[in-house]
Design a protein around this ligand. Structure first.
Ligand code: KIV
Ligand code: ZN
Length: 528
């Protein structure tokens, strides 16, 4: 019998709901935190990608988390009746559920996702609660959540290490109290595919009403099995998949959206399920996340890694040239890799630039377009060929800098093997031009010292990394700077053909994020 879902209506039995938790479970991992405007940008990209549910954050965790869930709910993303359901996470306490409920109020389609641990280990040592009290909390939290929305998801944290009878009782109570999605997470990435098959088959057989709700799977990748477990769960009857872009998330991460979606699409013969993902937007969304967080995926990452479609061995190249299908199980274009990414040159005009941006999926305002075009012209003067990747890096860099208090203007350097390096730096702080000269142990040190002179601060530099956007000696550098101040950590990114300019931009970006973060209060400890 087809499930009638409060947000999606009558669901076709083969329809799979894609629940993206990049902005919650993904953002929770060290170094991946995002500010509100970055979260909105990611949420826009996820909407264009076609995800069904965006888990936008954990509203009780901090005022910043609350504000970003609310901001997404209020934005055009949350106001779009055809757009994704906006979801807020909550533990089972009243405060948590109410806070999540308040944050999602403005959204047209909204969900509360409440969870509590159900495994003996977690109940005894983490929650210090008796099973009967946990069972009571399951029903109470779901019933309370239903006061805010008809779309309520309940999760059994550490579900795959929970005793069968107790898991079934909790699921039954959640359904009886109004949950419309039941999620059994493999919180610690312990399960094997056959465990997933067994658990979901058991729930469907034993729990009254389980066939009338959407069953959901949420897998962590500690043993590298998150995607395999997700596929196994699908085959056992699950119809919601929880995943993240690039597989980011707690510890080893979550199941990767792009891998699951392409597995379903490529092996439709064996996994005949449907979803609404526009696969051509996958690469763009993955790159946006890398730009925002400063973490590139590894080169051999399936689907979105630099080598995912590169054929090195002569015998493979020969085969691919004769017929791509000999070694390619999906086309690179189907996930957004361009056939020929050489695009524009220094003679290209504003219209061609804007047109290219639109093809790459960017809709930016006139001011940002003007700034980005100016930087593109500058880049085209310095770089022989400008690739799509260059344009993406440049525009992402520009858009990230919107509304920032400190802006990079210019940098002049003297450095080499003969003595200390000197940096002459110009920044604009709150609209006012400021300059400083500083020396240092190398050009990066000198530049960072000059920033310190212009904008004194107590933050420590804890990470500095440099990568290349494309190949060749004239490639743009993409740098990441991580600053720490009183336990608060921020990452900034910058790109430029000049590595030191990219470093200055990244440092300034991180400082701007720190200024915003200073104004926020600390997250409350989350133990229950
Ligand atoms: O991994 C997990 O158990 C979670 C829950 C909050 C769903 O992220
Ligand atoms: Zn998780």
């Amino acid at each position: 019998m087809a499930i009638n879902h409060p947000s999606f209506g009558k669901l076709d039995p083969n329809r799979v709901i894609i629940f993206d938790t990049t902005l919650r479970d993904g953002e929770q991992s060290p170094g991946f935190s995002m500010n509100i405007s970055e979260k909105i940008r990611m949420a826009e990209a996820l909407t264009e990608l076609g995800v069904d549910v965006i888990e936008a954050g954990f509203p009780i965790a901090s005022p910043g988390d609350f504000e970003s869930v609310k901001a997404i709910a209020e934005s055009h993303i949350g106001q779009n009746a055809e757009g994704p359901v906006i979801c807020g996470l909550a533990r089972s306490g009243r405060e948590d559920v109410m806070r999540a409920g308040e944050a999602i109020v403005p959204a047209r389609r909204k969900r509360i996702h409440s969870f509590i641990s159900t495994s003996p280990l977690h109940m005894k040592h983490k929650l210090r609660m008796e099973p009967e009290d946990v069972l009571q909390a399951v029903g109470d939290s779901v019933a309370l959540a239903r006061n805010y929305t008809d779309d309520v998801e309940w999760s059994a944290e550490d579900g795959t290490r929970t005793e069968d009878d107790f898991l079934c009782r909790c699921v039954e109570s959640a359904i009886r109290n109004g949950a419309t999605t039941i999620n059994i997470p493999d919180t610690v990435g312990y399960a094997l595919p056959e465990d997933m098959m067994r658990i979901f088959t058991m729930i469907l057989e034993r729990v009254p009403g389980a066939d009338q709700v959407v069953l959901s799977t949420h897998n962590h990748n500690d043993l590298g099995l998150a995607v395999a477990n997700t596929i196994a769960a699908l085959r056992a009857g699950v119809r919601q998949i929880e995943c993240t872009i690039n597989g980011i998330g707690e510890r080893a991460g979550n199941a990767s959206l792009e891998e699951i979606v392409m597995a379903i699409r490529t092996r439709h013969d064996a996994v005949p399920y449907d979803n609404k993902i526009q696969t051509k937007n996958i690469l763009r969304t993955s790159k946006l996340l890398s730009t925002i967080t400063g973490f590139d995926v590894q080169p051999n990452k399936a689907i979105v890694g630099r080598n995912a479609f590169a054929h090195e061995a002569g015998i493979h190249q020969d085969g691919v040239l004769k017929l791509a299908a000999t070694y390619e199980i999906m086309t690179p274009e189907s996930v957004g890799w361009a056939k020929n990414s050489l695009v524009l040159g220094k003679h290209s005009g504003r219209a061609a630039f804007r047109d290219r941006l639109e093809t790459l999926g960017y809709k930016i305002g006139q001011n940002q377009l003007n700034d980005a075009f100016r930087r593109f012209k500058d880049l085209a003067d310095r770089k022989k060929v400008v690739f799509d990747e260059d344009i993406v890096a440049l525009v992402d860099d520009e858009v990230m800098r919107d509304h920032e208090r400190i802006r990079f203007e210019a940098l002049d350097l003297r450095c080499g093997s003969k003595g200390p390096a000197t940096a002459d730096l110009e920044l604009v702080v709150d609209g006012e031009k400021r300059t400083a000269s500083a020396t240092g142990d190398g050009p990066v040190d000198a530049t960072f010292n000059a920033i310190q002179k212009i904008f004194p601060h107590t933050a420590n530099l804890v990470l500095f990394s440099v990568g290349a956007v494309t190949e060749g000696t004239d490639a743009q550098a993409r740098t990441t700077v991580r600053l720490e101040e009183n336990g608060k950590m921020v990452d900034g990114q910058g790109s430029d053909t000049d590595t030191i300019v990219a470093s200055a931009r990244a440092y300034v970006h991180a400082l701007n994020k720190l200024i915003v973060k200073r104004e926020r209060t600390e997250p409350v400890a989350l133990t229950v």
